[in-house]
Structures are given as structure tokens and as C-alpha cells.
Design a binder for this molecule. Structure first.
Ligand code: EPU
Length: 428
């Protein structure tokens, strides 16, 4: 498996990075193509392993998918197999996003249960509860969820659903199910992430009436069966990728980096924390300019659903706190096991004490390069960022995870002065 080798130095990062399209917006939108026939065209799609996995899943189900990042075309094939096998779901939990569209469009779905993953148990009870409210019969059989529309595969009916907690893919799955249900559904306590709002835009383009996506209450008037149209759409920028480069830039005093295509309004909680830490962030047209002129101050963060501080930026911000002046308290409230970067950062000289879901970070003067690895995408990104300032060499192993979510990370960091290289087939 490949590794990423980073030679840390004291050189500030300077230059421009183009932000790619949002992985977590592209995945549900690819699944939404199941709701219609004809050719849908997605633009600004990142070249990532998760996109390839979703394409493989759609092909398994009988769709014809051409991936030529940044463009993906999806065409309906003649036969549909409404099934997501374990082999694909185990590679990517977001595969569960086919459940809603499949049962809405074809009256049935067989989708492997995703199981737990490196960051927590991650149940899908809220997805299933909402589908049941829409008239689905759900059964679990040998690791698979088997869902059937009313009266043995009929059309779903609209429902009022109140999620027990805001779930991103849960909200998205049920929006897609409601898109072809009979009547007007009301979804309460919805996730408000920009990616959910983006899916609302797509469903509107396809021809159903979605109102409120991006707020906690979403109304959806289902379209008549067979009436949803294919679409052509450019995906929004990836706010987590942008945030990751923002933190990378902030690691060195004197850095001056422009993030082309970053959307400030989607990143307010992060930007506000970074500014409190002493990083200068300004909007310049369609770009954000990140400059660091003085030392980093310690700030406390608690992750929360959007618009709160994103759990997907917790690991990266922790790395910044590792070199801050003072003590920072970081609390993770979304996932129960999302501190896998901590022992690796400790090996690089960070001073971090873990107490349950809280990490107390004491800033240190220096980090040291080491051979490290992580089993989660964002944790892996945090280790690459740490390597940028560490003395000596850092080897981040198992880059498989990074490749799921960061397009050309070594080239993008290299383009702004980071000394980052990929080592093919390194020992894992
Ligand atoms: N939850 C339940 N029951 C459910 C669904 C969720 O208890 O039926 C819990 C989860 O266990 C978790 C919380 O609700 O404690 C929130 O989870 P959510 O469902 O919102 O997460 P997700 O939809 O599985 C998406 C992103 C994640 C991101 C989270 C939180 C996609 C494809 N994935 O996951 O992204 O961390 O929302 O913002 O959109 C990543 O990109 O690295 C990543 C992990």
C-alpha cells in the first residue's frame, strides 16, 4: 500500500490551491440518479476512491457509469438489480444512500448493513424508522436490510418524520425516498449540512418540490412515478478539504495561501475558531486568503452538527493546537471513537491527555517526524499536516484512507511549498 512521506521544515506555505468538489455532496447525488432514467451529468466531481466505489455500486445495480473526473455520466441500463452487496458497502458506509432511492423507485431494496467502523458504531436506525413511517416493511436477514414498499413493493406514502438526532445521510436517504412518495412529507430535526441543501437543489432540478433543505424542517412533495428527470449539475466545493488546507497553511508563521473556490459561508464555525487562534482569513472574490503572522493561541472546540464545529475538522484543528501557546480542550460529541490520531500525534511529540470524549492539548514548541498511520480519513489528513512542521521525516502509512477523500493531496500541498511525496507500495 502507498505511503505519504513528508519532510517537515520551517518554510511557510505560499501559493494557491484549488478546492475540489465535495465528496459528501457527490455521493448522495450519484445515488439520486437512481430516481430517474436518462443521462445525468455531474461536474466538479473529485477523483476519489469513494466516487469509484459508488460508480461500482451503481454499475452492479445495472447502471452505465462513466467516470472521467471531474465529470461523471450516469445512464440507466436495461435491468435493475436493487441490491448493494456487502463487498461494496464494507468499503464505504455511504453506500447505504442507495436504500431510499431504490425502495422509492423500484419498491424494494436489499442493502448490506454497513456495520461499525473505525470512528464508531454508526447505526442506521433513523433511516429505517423513517422508511417504516412511509409504509416500508423492513426485515434484517443475514447482515442485509431488506426493504419492501407497501403491499408487497408498492409506492411509498408521504409521512411526517422526526429524527431523534440530526443525521446527514439519514436525512439524505429519506429526502430521496420522499421524492417519489405519494403526498407531501415533512421531515423534522433534519441535518442542516450544506451537502443536504445541495441534494435538495438536485431533487428540485429533477422535478419534485423540496422546501427547507439546509434547515431543520424539510417539506417534500413527491413526484409521480416515472416523472423525475435526469440532471446536469456542478457539485459545490468541499468545505472539509478547504478547511484541511486552511489548517495546513496556519501551521507555519509567514504562510500566505489562497484557496480558490472555497465558500466562507459553509465554514463559519471553523473560520471563527481559526481567527480566534490568530489566523488571518479573508474572502477575496471566489477565494479565501489564509495568512499567519504571529503565534497560534489555544482555543477550545466542541464538535456539533452543522452549523456547529464539524467533527470532520476535529483531528486537523487538534494538530494546530498541538503547536499553540497554552492549553486547548477539544470535545468530540458526534462519534464515540474519533481520537485515533491522538496516540500517533503523541508519538510525534504532542502533549495530549484523553479523558473520555475530551482531549486536553498542551501546545509544545516542536513536533518530531515519525512513522504513523490512521484508520480514518480525517485522522490521516491530520497526520500529514503534523508532518509539515515536524522536525525530520514523517511517513503516513495506509494512505488508502486519504485517497478516499483527498484528491491529489501530495500535489496540492507540494504546489504551495510542502515537501510531500507518495511512496508507491510502501510496507504497511
Ligand atoms: N446516528 C444514529 N442513528 C442513525 C444515524 C446516525 O444514531 O440512524 C448517529 C451516528 O452514530 C452519529 C450521529 O448520529 O453519532 C451523526 O451521524 P450521521 O448520520 O450524521 O453521520 P453520517 O451521515 O454517517 C456523514 C458524513 C461523515 C461525517 C458525518 C457527521 C457522508 C457520506 N458522511 O456521516 O463524513 O463525519 O456525517 O458530519 O456524508 C468523512 O467525510 O470523513 C465522514 C466521516
Amino acid at each position: 500500500m502507498d505511503a505519504i512521506l513528508i519532510r517537515g521544515n520551517n518554510q511557510p506555505l505560499r501559493g494557491r490551491v484549488r478546492v475540489s468538489g465535495a465528496k459528501n455532496a457527490a455521493l448522495p447525488i450519484l445515488c439520486a440518479t437512481l430516481l430517474s432514467d436518462g443521462e445525468s451529468r455531474l461536474r466538479n466531481v473529485p477523483a476519489l476512491r469513494d466516487i469509484d466505489t459508488t460508480a461500482a455500486l451503481l454499475r452492479f445495480m445495472g447502471r452505465n457509469v462513466e467516470v472521467n473526473a471531474p465529470e461523471v455520466r450516469v445512464l440507466a441500463g436495461s435491468d435493475v438489480r436493487p441490491e448493494a452487496p456487502y463487498e461494496l458497502v464494507k468499503q464505504m458506509r455511504a453506500s447505504v444512500l442507495v436504500l431510499g432511492p431504490l425502495v422509492a423507485r423500484f419498491g424494494r431494496a436489499k442493502v448490506s448493513l454497513p456495520g461499525g467502523c473505525a470512528i464508531g458504531a454508526r447505526p442506521i436506525d433513523q433511516h429505517l424508522k423513517a422508511l417504516e413511517a412511509m409504509g416500508c416493511t423492513i426485515r434484517l436477514d443475514r447482515g442485509y436490510v431488506i426493504a419492501e414498499g407497501p403491499s408487497g413493493g408498492g409506492r411509498l406514502k408521504a409521512a411526517e418524520v422526526c429524527f431523534d438526532l440530526p443525521t446527514v445521510t439519514g436525512t439524505e436517504n429519506i429526502m430521496m425516498a420522499a421524492a417519489l412518495a405519494k403526498g407531501r412529507s415533512t421531515l423534522l430535526n433534519c441535518a442542516r449540512e450544506p451537502e443536504v441543501e445541495e441534494l435538495g437543489r438536485i431533487l428540485n432540478k429533477m422535478g419534485c418540490e423540496v422546501d427547507g433543505a439546509g434547515t431543520d424542517v424539510i417539506h417534500i412533495k413527491g413526484a409521480e412515478p416515472g416523472s423525475l428527470a435526469p440532471f446536469d449539475h456542478a457539485i459545490i466545493p468541499d468545505r472539509i478539504e478547504a478547511g484541511t488546507y486552511m489548517v495546513a497553511a496556519a501551521m507555519h508563521e509567514g504562510s500566505d495561501v489562497i484557496l480558490d473556490g472555497a465558500e466562507l459561508s459553509d465554514m463559519e464555525a471553523l473560520v471563527s475558531k481559526m481567527r480566534s487562534a490568530g489566523v488571518d482569513i479573508e474572502s477575496e472574490g471566489q477565494a479565501l486568503r489564509i495568512r499567519r503572522q504571529g503565534p497560534i493561541r489555544a482555543v477550545n472546540i466542541t464538535t456539533a452538527p452543522h452549523p456547529g464545529f464539524p467533527t470532520d475538522m476535529q483531528a486537523q484543528l487538534m494538530v494546530l493546537m498541538c503547536i499553540a501557546r497554552g492549553e486547548s480542550v477539544i470535545t468530540e460529541t458526534i462519534f464515540e471513537n474519533r481520537f485515533m490520531h491522538v496516540p500517533e500525534l503523541q508519538r510525534m511529540g504532542a502533549s495530549i491527555a484523553l479523558r473520555g470524549n475530551t482531549a486536553v492539548v498542551q501546545g509544545v514548541d516542536k513536533l518530531y517526524g515519525a512513522s504513523v498511520m490512521a484508520t480514518d480519513l480525517r485522522a490521516s489528513a491530520s497526520l500529514v499536516i503534523a508532518g509539515l512542521v515536524a522536525e525530520g521525516e514523517t511517513e503516513v502509512r495506509r494512505v488508502y484512507h486519504l485517497d478516499r477523500g483527498y484528491e491529489h493531496i501530495e500535489e496540492k500541498l507540494g504546489g504551495i511549498g510542502g515537501n510531500v511525496a507518495r511512496v508507491r507500495n510502501a510496507e504497511s
